[in-house]
Design a binder for this molecule. Structure first.
Ligand code: F3S
Length: 81
């Protein structure tokens, strides 16, 4: 399984990710994306067909804001540093 969250500091609200992975990503009031799986915490495993959608979103994001790793995002602030 993979884990994902969106880096909202770099997301430009382009809207691609929700198009290819509508069961994973949605947009906030300003159009910035977040993971609806766990309110963008990156702690809920993305499995099965959703994993394919996730890779499509990764490929399609122009700002590389879709973050993916093999383990839960436990320390978000440290990951960014
Ligand atoms: Fe943002 Fe990338 Fe999605 S710029 S809206 S995270 S495709």
């Amino acid at each position: 399984a993979k884990f994902t969250r969106v880096d909202q500091d770099t997301c430009i609200a382009c809207g691609a990710c929700g198009g290819v992975a509508p069961d994973i990503f949605d947009y906030d009031d300003e159009g910035f994306s977040f993971s609806i799986l766990d309110d963008n915490q990156g702690i809920t495993p993305v499995e099965g067909e959703l994993e394919d959608d996730l890779m499509d979103a990764l490929d399609g994001c122009p700002t590389e804001s879709i973050k993916i790793q093999d383990k839960p995002f436990a320390h978000i602030e440290e990951e960014k540093a």
